[in-house]
Design a protein around this ligand. Structure first.
Ligand code: TNX
Length: 541
């Protein structure tokens, strides 16, 4: 192990095994030949990496198949399909072996997505300046240490969530975030697309969802409890072409985009567009406050149909194997007074209105199944009886997730307070306004997704995800500040084998932040916000 010699000692997330290979290292320079196994996935990966290298260096990079023997002698980097040789055979397809020795870089992986992670590690062996937008120059050479790395992720669900409803985030930021997610070897972006305060995805059959539902009159100024308002309209939505671009940009980087469309609660933006979906009397206005609304979808057949139509289009845009239907914070106040709800209670022999949400979730899950998709919901869906096969995201601590594993569900652990990145990173008055107090990166690093689950049920824990709700996160710069460096800590929790030393991690993180500097990420420095950052959010004067 050579943890001290840079840059191998700065890899983040830390690989499963790393040995100094002895012998000579590798010096890469232009022109560079990059060969790959002949199949399509490896060919696509090779052209992706060619572009990455060209942008980083300005070099002349050529690709060709290794099998054809084209320029094999010259090949400085080879992407090879093969077993990683990970000791316990635990490679699920995302593992890789990276060998840097005797003049050649060889990435071996059973699948192209594994090789992709090998290339992310290789990028971290390059100096941080290669991550800047400007190429380092044609004549520059890159010296790499001789090293052998074998690496396999610990969890298969390595997720990042972004709420684009409370504050709309431009497509450019979503793409940058995907780049950062994949650079940290995470593989899922959960896009929260609809909520009380904004509907951000166009649905062709229901144009008013974005015409009306994407815009609100004003937003809270200061913390919600102050009940002050800014008097400034806010809104926005993605076009279908934007969403398709996001999906394919993500796919190229082995990131799945999980779309979330909230139902039956958190639906006021949809009710503002189509009041007949509500429990009356309307009209409704896209909410200008944060919190939980009593106004939810009604349970009429026409409304269920509307939800199916929306899900059809969502499934059409997003190839994700799952669709997230929300399901959190759905008060039953209005259903208690509804005739349709009373009829359904009688027909089904329900004794509690909560069971109506179970009925609704089951209808929606059946429909998604007919589209070949699974359903994901927040842990409230367990209370109404979650349909078999539903994946549960545990957010109100870990209890919902633990109960769900006992009921046989797969679970993504996404709990407050460890993984709520809308919470502050310290108690300092220099921090920006946040919903609640402090979750520093050390606390994230100390989290373990299976810490509360019985060992015989731990296989139900697919992994974890951080949440960025954006009530108080108004811009991409603010979002980057909330994510980083906590996302770095989470990536290691999810990728690297257990056995954490937070001091050692903090040292490595310090070096990793040089990479984030080069990429241009507005992260929170380990010592607290810079005066420039604090100026971003403190009131003038
Ligand atoms: C709870 S987490 C919510 C969100 C809020 C968040 C603020 C969840 C499923 N629901 O609607 O934005 O708290 O932290």
């Amino acid at each position: 192990m050579s943890a001290d010699g840079l840059p191998v000692g700065t890899l983040l997330p830390k690989p499963l095994s790393l040995v100094s290979a002895g012998g000579e290292g590798v010096e890469l320079s232009s022109p560079l030949v990059l060969t790959h196994s002949p199949d399509g996935d490896f060919a696509r990966l090779a052209s992706h990496f060619r572009r990455v290298l060209e942008e980083a260096t300005g070099w002349d990079v050529r690709t060709g198949t290794a099998a054809a023997g084209e320029s094999d002698e010259l090949a400085a980097v080879e992407l090879r399909r093969g077993e990683t040789g990970a000791a316990d055979g635990s490679d699920s397809g995302e593992g890789y072996r990276l060998s840097v020795r005797d003049g050649r870089v060889v990435v071996t992986a059973p699948e192209a997505r594994g090789a992709f992670y090998g290339l992310q590690t290789l990028r971290q062996l390059f100096p941080p300046e290669t991550l800047r937008r400007a190429p380092i120059g044609r004549d520059r050479r890159l010296a790499l240490p001789a090293v052998e790395i074998t690496d396999v992720p610990r969890f298969s669900w390595r997720g990042v969530h972004l709420d684009v409803c409370r504050h709309f985030m431009p497509k450019s930021f979503v793409l940058k975030l995907i780049e950062l997610i994949s650079f940290h070897k995470c593989n899922s972006l959960h896009l929260h697309l609809t909520d009380d305060q904004g509907w951000r995805i166009p649905i062709a059959a229901y144009p008013r969802l974005v015409e009306v539902g994407a815009w609100r009159r004003e937003s809270p100024a200061g913390h919600a409890r102050e009940r002050r308002f800014d008097g400034t309209p806010h809104g926005g939505f993605y076009s279908r072409a934007d969403l398709e671009e996001i999906v394919s940009f993500a796919a190229e980087r082995y990131v799945r985009v999980l779309p979330e469309v909230e139902m039956p609660g958190h639906a006021v933006a949809a009710l503002a567009a189509y009041p007949e979906l509500g429990n009356g009397p309307g009209p409704f206005e896209v909410l200008t406050e944060w919190g939980i609304s009593d106004h939810v979808f009604n349970l009429e057949e026409g409304t269920v149909r509307f939800c199916f139509d929306v899900l059809d289009e969502v499934a059409d845009i997003f190839p994700s194997p799952y669709v997230h239907i929300g399901g959190d914070e759905c008060p039953t106040t209005e259903w208690k007074k509804s005739t349709r709800a009373a009829e359904l209670m009688a027909e089904n022999g329900f004794t509690d209105e909560r069971q109506l949400q179970g009925w609704f979730t089951a209808r929606v899950a059946d429909h998604l199944a007919s589209l070949g998709r699974g359903v994901v919901g927040w842990d409230e869906i367990v209370e109404g009886g979650a349909p078999p096969g539903a994946v549960v995201m545990s957010w109100r601590g870990e209890g919902g997730g633990v109960a769900a594993t006992a009921a046989g569900h797969d679970v993504v652990m996404a709990p407050e307070p460890w993984l709520y990145f809308d919470w502050a990173q310290s108690d300092s008055p220099l921090e920006p306004l946040t919903i609640r107090g402090a979750t520093p990166f050390e606390k994230v690093y100390g989290y373990d997704p299976v810490q509360s689950v019985a060992p015989d049920l731990a296989h139900h824990v697919l992994g974890s995800q951080c949440q960025l709700w954006t009530e108080y996160v108004t811009t991409p710069e603010r979002a980057e500040y909330q994510y980083f460096p906590r996302l770095c800590a989470l990536s290691e929790v999810l990728w690297s084998p257990p056995g954490r030393d937070v001091e050692e991690f903090a040292g490595r993180l310090g070096r990793h932040l040089e990479r984030l500097d080069a990429i241009g990420v507005n992260y929170r420095p380990l010592s607290g916000p810079t005066p420039g950052q604090a100026r971003l959010w403190s009131p003038p004067g």
